[in-house]
Design a protein around this ligand. Structure first.
Ligand code: SF4
Length: 294
């Protein structure tokens, strides 16, 4: 089985943000939070340990801390995860965290690096060049969230910085809407890697899906198409990730275009993600409880 990453869903009651394009809100996510209701810590941590070991034994090298909320909302879980990971024979060394950066200050970054072992922080951004517009689109209570300051603090700690661009019509509003501008803004922010994320809208009606339909117009799809052409033309092919996305060296960035962030493509035989849910079980699809592995 080819596994690109183990996504560990950090439990929390409700996300502090309310991103306009949040895909977690577009499908049900009623997995029991057995962490918050821990009655038997030993049993729960053994459940998680088994799944983490299973991922490692099946060749998975990357662990991504994520969830239907911000991972930084649950520091206690992050501590327990780290204890468990360090206790297995071959711990994950490459540990990433997906976040908008809300409420992460310097002390929290130190905790993430030294206590949790985070090696890459993937900042999810909806507007690259105007923090005010970014805050508006992710509806975060952290009104001081400033992408440039956060990126600078991450780089100062020698943590890899990935910018995950939620591609929409406002990804740039103060700069020309071009490939060159995106590259230049990402360079200025000190990014090591960029993921261009095609936002997902389901077939059924939902508020977030409608937002995506309204804010991902031809303006954005044309830019994504220009990017793809330019990456293939001017980038250097590096490798193909287990699930099939090609990775390129593009102006010294490692670049991937993720057209299938929900792992919907039925033609791929490899498993893209393993997902460890707050109930302590492993799944292979974000939107299917039937994808339970064990
Ligand atoms: S931070 Fe993630 S989970 Fe929270 S609202 Fe935004 S997209 Fe959804």
């Amino acid at each position: 089985m080819n596994i690109q990453s183990l996504s560990v869903c950090v439990p929390a009651k409700k996300c502090i943000n309310d991103c306009s394009f949040c895909c977690s809100k577009m499908h049900s996510a009623d997995y029991e939070d057995r962490f918050s209701g821990i009655s038997n810590y030993y049993e729960y941590s053994e459940d998680i340990k088994k799944r983490i070991e299973y991922a490692r034994e099946n060749g998975c090298n990357t662990c991504m801390l994520t969830g239907n909320n911000e991972p930084q909302q649950n520091k206690d879980f992050l501590k327990i995860f780290s204890e468990i990971n360090r206790s297995i024979k071959y711990p994950f060394l490459n540990i990433e965290m997906q976040t908008t950066g809300a409420l992460i200050d310097d002390d929290y970054l130190d905790f993430l690096k030294t206590s949790v072992g985070i090696t890459t922080i993937a900042i999810s951004v909806a507007c690259l060049d105007d923090s005010g517009r970014n805050i508006e689109m992710i509806n975060t209570p952290d009104k001081n969230l400033d992408i440039a300051t956060l990126c600078n603090s991450i780089k100062k700690r020698n943590i890899n910085l990935r910018l995950c661009l939620n591609m929409n019509d406002d990804i740039l509003i103060n700069n020309p809407f071009t490939v060159e501008s995106i590259i230049s803004v990402c360079k200025n922010l000190g990014a090591d890697q960029i993921t261009f994320r095609a936002l997902w809208a389901p077939d059924y009606q939902s508020e977030q899906g409608q937002w995506v339909k309204d804010h991902v117009t031809a303006k954005t799809t044309d830019l994504i198409s220009d990017l793809k052409k330019d990456i293939v033309k001017n980038g250097k092919y590096l490798d193909t990730l287990e699930y099939g996305s090609d990775r390129y060296d593009y102006y010294d960035f490692s670049v991937v275009i993720d057209d299938d962030s929900m792992s919907q493509n039925e033609n791929k035989t490899a498993v893209k993600y393993l997902i460890l849910r707050p109930n302590g079980h492993l799944y292979s699809k974000w939107d299917s409880k039937a994808s339970l592995i064990f």
